[in-house]
Design a protein around this ligand. Structure first.
Ligand code: C2O
Length: 401
């Protein structure tokens, strides 16, 4: 194992498309817990017109910020990209190992921190400190498709739209088993007014299957922190995975799929609905054409296979789709429900509790805030929570397969 503390976004990465201000000249302050809960996150499919307009306005303003501002939309997406696909080097003296916020017990708290600052920046931009990030509630039938607020024809018309999505699934019912056993045909997300019995049954069955997948993730297979949140970050394991993959890549003449997937340390929270929704929303074909090999300009997707770039489906580009942040708000909500309603407990290991990261805060004069995992275990410390209505009736709670 290794101790992971105080990561600062690396500025020298040639893949970054915005200049990073010199970290040494930006003071780092320690996070102080918020005193009151002022932000209630609500389901994106159920926002009133005013809230939808607010969300669009805020993201529109964020897109309009100059990319040299670390809280601009482009820079926020680049922060996520920096921490995956091998962009960030943990320790240049130690074999220049890449560091990743995925595939381990870092996943849940890091992403909670990341969208917390995104949410605050959006609130700042529209002068509303009660603005809460809407969540994409794919765990409830009415949310099992891309919410209408994200749809449109261009980012100019709707800042929440992104053209790099899998358009085949634009109006489809989500398939939470898309990665393992994809449904053979697409089912519409909104049942048409007149449906024959067979179509109705296919819809009902698909919803039921989705609900039991969430049940498996949250309850059956998510018992204890290691199963649910993932395993301790272990550098030996990750360099071993890398080594095996490089070798098999060489043997296949540069192309081909990685032999070992770097997913063994993921908990059910990361490995199940989270990953599936990414790929379902972002990738158009599970089969990568030859031109999309990693060496041919493609990237390794969430499933460990090489693909052509299509925002949500790949770690490196996922943050470029505004859908990402509402998707992650629901991943975050799943963790929140697990640790409150379902009685789950995180790790007692001080190595986990004291792991810290720094993030930019404050759109007008960006500064760096250091946060520890122990600071974010209770969302009340971060001044937000999730709507109680949805919590009262979780449709998957008893969906045993
Ligand atoms: Cu940082 Cu959903 O991935």
């Amino acid at each position: 194992g290794e101790k992971v503390t105080e990561k600062i976004v690396e500025c020298s990465d040639p893949n970054r498309d915005f200049p990073c201000p010199p970290a040494s000249r930006i003071p780092i302050v320690d996070f102080t817990p918020e005193r009151t809960v002022t932000r209630i996150r609500r389901p994106a499919h159920d926002l009133d017109a005013e809230y939808q307009a607010k969300y669009k306005e805020a993201v529109g303003k964020m897109r309009a910020l100059d990319k040299s501002n670390p809280l601009s939309f482009a820079a926020q997406a680049a922060v996520h990209e920096s921490y995956c696909d091998g962009h960030y080097r943990l320790d240049p003296t130690e074999k220049n190992r890449p560091f990743d916020v995925h595939f381990s017990w870092i996943f849940a708290p890091w992403h909670r921190m990341y969208i917390y600052f995104y949410e605050r920046a959006l609130g700042d931009l529209i002068g509303d400190d009660t603005f809460a990030l809407p969540y994409w509630s794919w765990d409830t039938p009415a949310g099992m498709g891309i919410p209408a607020v994200f749809k449109g024809v261009s980012t100019a018309e709707n800042p929440l739209f992104d053209p790099y999505r899998n358009m085949d699934n634009k109006d489809a019912l989500i398939d939470l088993d898309y990665l393992k056993t994809p449904r053979r045909s697409t089912i519409p997300f909104k049942p048409p007014p007149a449906w024959d019995a067979a179509a109705r049954k296919a819809y009902d069955d698909a919803v039921r299957t989705n609900l039991s997948t969430i049940y498996i993730q949250q309850v059956r297979d998510g018992k204890g922190p290691r199963a649910y949140l993932g395993e301790k970050l272990c550098s030996e394991a990750s360099s071993r995975v890398k080594e095996v993959n490089e070798r098999s890549k060489r043997r296949q003449g540069g192309g081909g799929a990685p032999k070992v997937k770097a997913s063994n340390a993921q908990g059910t929270l990361e490995r199940m609905a989270h990953t599936t929704v990414h790929v379902w929303a972002g990738r158009s074909s599970p089969k990568a054409p030859a031109t999309c090999s990693v060496d041919g300009g493609g990237v390794v997707g969430h499933d460990g296979q090489p693909h052509c770039s299509n925002d949500m489906g790949f770690l490196g580009t996922a943050g470029r789709d505004p859908l990402f942040y509402s998707h992650h708000a629901n991943v975050d909500r799943m963790w929140h429900l697990w640790s409150t309603k379902l009685g789950g407990r995180g790790f007692d290991d001080p190595e986990w509790l004291d792991t810290s990261f720094v993030f930019y805060d404050d759109v007008k004069s960006p500064r760096l805030v250091r946060m520890k995992f122990r600071d974010v275990l209770d969302t009340a410390n971060l001044g937000y929570t999730y709507d109680k209505e949805s919590e009262a009736a979780l449709p998957w709670l008893n969906s045993k397969p």
